[in-house]
Write a protein that binds this ligand. Structure first.
Ligand code: BGC
Length: 365
């Protein structure tokens, strides 16, 4: 009897201990909202551009600070490699996928697989097209990026005050990136009226998006197109006053072509030139009067927003969005959170980029 009693006691003790244990485990994951057990897959397009390295690092840092496990992969701008790494993340049973796509329309099948496995998907910076399996989109207001570039040109040239005519050339981003047409339309919403009234003259007459788009956001392709424009239109003394470049990787190629053609001398200053991302080489180009401005999209802010979305998803809640109309991916309107872009130029870059801790002064040497 005594033996039976003691066996029962040990049993009860063991049971209650294991219940405590269970409770403790449940309590930990509840208080961490499941973070400790969740792997988050982060698929970035390429390491060849500075911004994506920063995006990746910020995402990893901020997710790990919240105790998530992070599987961060880059795909060297290779669509198949990106599909492959997303498949691996699905196999590893990640809880949420965060994807900055290379070709926005190439992920339909792999995202179907993700959905079949109960994995939620956040499109990061670039909208994923032609898929119902995109739960959220976090980005900067892409139309506004173009508007700010257009307004910068408007102000620099004094177009509102009736100055002109000025000669302009237009560049567009990669046609497989949904953002590219938003940047173009935003900029043209400001510039088109001046083209219509003759205050801006597109010397080459190349205006429509398909003609001016640069596949893969490739600097070398932008340089080659600028070389051609200089030869065809600006080699016989016609002055080039302004170039609309949607981002910094294109601006780098454009500056290289202009430099080779002798721009930068006393009689041939660089044209007004826009950009986006505030990559370090481009800030240097601004300091040296080769590029006029760049849009600053603080990747810390975007990462922060996406981590908030991940948290909400892991807790089974709705994530906060501020736009439910703009981003139709051909299959659905994706609930979006749009962060606010601003611009940096030679006059304000110290305040915006250095005082905010984004760069150190020594980074910009
Ligand atoms: C991003 C830009 C970037 C470009 C090239 C776009 O989708 O929004 O910030 O410059 O891709 O990487």
């Amino acid at each position: 009897m005594k033996k039976l009693l003691s066996t029962m006691l040990v049993g009860i003790l063991a049971l209650s201990l294991s219940a405590c244990g269970n409770k403790a485990t449940t309590a930990t994951s509840a208080s961490d909202d499941g973070a400790k057990t969740s792997v988050i897959g982060v698929a970035m397009p390429t390491q060849s551009l500075q911004r994506w390295n920063q995006d990746g690092e910020n995402m990893k840092k901020q997710l790990e600070a919240k105790k998530y496990k992070v599987d961060l992969q880059y795909a060297n701008n290779d669509v198949n490699a990106q599909v492959q790494s997303i498949e691996n993340m699905i196999t590893k049973k990640c809880k949420v996928l965060v994807v900055a796509s290379i070709d926005g329309a190439a992920l339909t099948d792999v995202l179907k697989k993700a959905a079949d496995n109960g994995i939620k998907v956040i499109a990061y910076d670039r909208l994923i097209m032609k898929s119902p399996n995109v739960d959220y989109y976090a980005t900067f207001d892409n139309f506004k990026v173009g508007v700010i570039q257009g307004q910068y040109i408007e102000k620099k040239l004094g177009l509102k005050e009736g100055k002109g005519p000025f000669n302009i050339e237009l560049f567009g981003g990669s046609p497989d990136d949904n953002n590219a047409t938003f940047f173009y339309k935003g900029a043209m919403s400001v510039l088109q009226p001046y083209i219509d009234n003759g205050k801006l003259v597109v010397g080459s007459k190349q205006k429509d998006f398909t003609t001016i788009a640069i596949q893969g956001w490739d600097s070398a392709k932008a340089q080659a197109r600028m070389d051609n424009l200089i030869t065809s239109t600006y080699s016989k003394g016609t002055k080039l006053d302004v170039v609309l470049s949607p981002n910094d990787s294109l601006a780098i190629g454009i500056v290289a072509a202009l430099k080779n053609a002798g721009y930068g001398g006393a009689n041939k200053p660089y044209p007004v030139l826009t950009g986006q991302d505030c990559d370090k080489p481009n800030i240097l180009a601004m300091i040296h009067d080769q590029q006029s401005m760049s849009i600053f999209k603080d990747t810390r802010t975007l990462a922060n927003k996406v981590v908030e979305m991940v948290d909400a998803i892991v807790q089974g809640k709705q994530a906060e969005v501020n736009d439910t109309k703009t981003y139709n991916n051909g299959s659905k309107v994706v609930p979006s959170f749009l962060c606010d872009p601003i611009y940096a130029d030679k006059d304000n870059y110290k305040k915006i980029l250095i005082d905010s801790g984004y760069y150190k002064e020594s980074d910009l040497k």
